[in-house]
Design a protein around this ligand. Sequence first.
Ligand SMILES: *[C@@H]1O[C@H](CO)[C@@H](O)[C@H](O)[C@H]1NC(C)=O
Ligand SMILES: *[C@@H]1O[C@H](CO)[C@@H](O)[C@H](O)[C@H]1NC(C)=O
Length: 384
Amino acid sequence: MLLSSIFQLFLFLSSFSWTAFGSKEDVVREFFANNGDSTLTGSTHTNNWAVLVCASKYWFNYRHMANALGMYRTVKRLGIPDSNIILMLADDAACNSRNKFPANVFANPGRALDLYGDNIEVDYRGYEVTVENFIRVLTGRMEPSVPRSKRLLTDDRSNVFVYMTGHGGNEFLKFQDSEEISAHDIADAFEQMYQKKRYNEIFFMIDTCQATSMYSKLYSPNIFATGSSQVGENSYSYKNDNDLGVSTIDSYTHYVLEFMEGINKTSRTTMADLFDSYDVKAILSHPGVRDDLFHRHLNETLITDFFGGVANVEVSSEHVVHGRPDNIKSAPISREISSDQEKPMPRRQSPIPSNSREPGGSKWRTWGSCILVGTLVGWVTLTK
Ligand SMILES: *[C@@H]1O[C@H](CO)[C@@H](O)[C@H](O)[C@H]1NC(C)=O
Ligand SMILES: *[C@@H]1O[C@H](CO)[C@@H](O)[C@H](O)[C@H]1NC(C)=O
């Protein structure tokens, strides 16, 4: 009786010491935290994603498709790969029989720039573009059969740019002319993403009538948003193309894209610069910005934190000799572990329990195992 309870005690202790595997995780976490700090703006993301939605169908909404395709072209040019872009187009203007220029979608009246081209991957098209599918993409609640290319495979290190365009009103956006998504739906979807650790930061942009109402209900942290028009105000299209017979793009998106043309992968231009560039007279509506949920200053948030693919590398000044393990210095690793206490932790706690950050874990594990084996042998001998 006594022996078996001692045995259980040791079993408990040794299994406890087995959980002390976390020091390597700490090093990795430190690595990314340091990298984030070294980008000056303090963003700690390690990957970028974009969700671009055109919610309108029909030929006369050509401009909404051009809006989304213009954003697609821009995020791709700035480095987000197709694998990290979810493009949802509710209709296919390029293949519409009324399109005088088949397989082309132009963003400007002079038809200087074809947005469609050969190098485009539409992930959800036509009747696949539904409120349900959009929310499933955001929250990651998918049937197992849904292919990888249709999934938003983000984590808590992902910066996500969400762009939406279509016809809307006060706190809703029409999908497919048959259903609507409400401002509450979007707010709740973002909250689910937050709870499921599916983002680091979100930049939400919307071009529709009364656009600012669509982000008025957001309540999850680390999100900032902008929209083309205030409540009670319409958003307007840019110019008509006389050959196509429709307007090619919306005014707000046109000016945002024009601003983005001046940005490249190394630009230090900030979100505040973008928002300062809004010209009410040109856009014809009053764009809004919301940043009360966001933890950084917009004047210190780079545009490329959202419109670009990150590729962080760390250059070590340490001289490392390969092939002779005793010469490889372990100094940087132990420094990072010892400085762990002074450094502020990342905002969100990782699932690793805090007792795992004990550097002597492997020693305890060895002792725990020895004692466990000894006890087992003793117990077996005694019970015989
Ligand atoms: C990026 O743009 C800046 C000016 O905005 C320019 O100085 C720089 O050369 C550009 N870099 C590349 C790689 O084009
Ligand atoms: C950004 O704005 C805040 C106040 O809004 C100010 O304290 C900070 O110094 C500004 N940062 C830069 C880089 O201008």
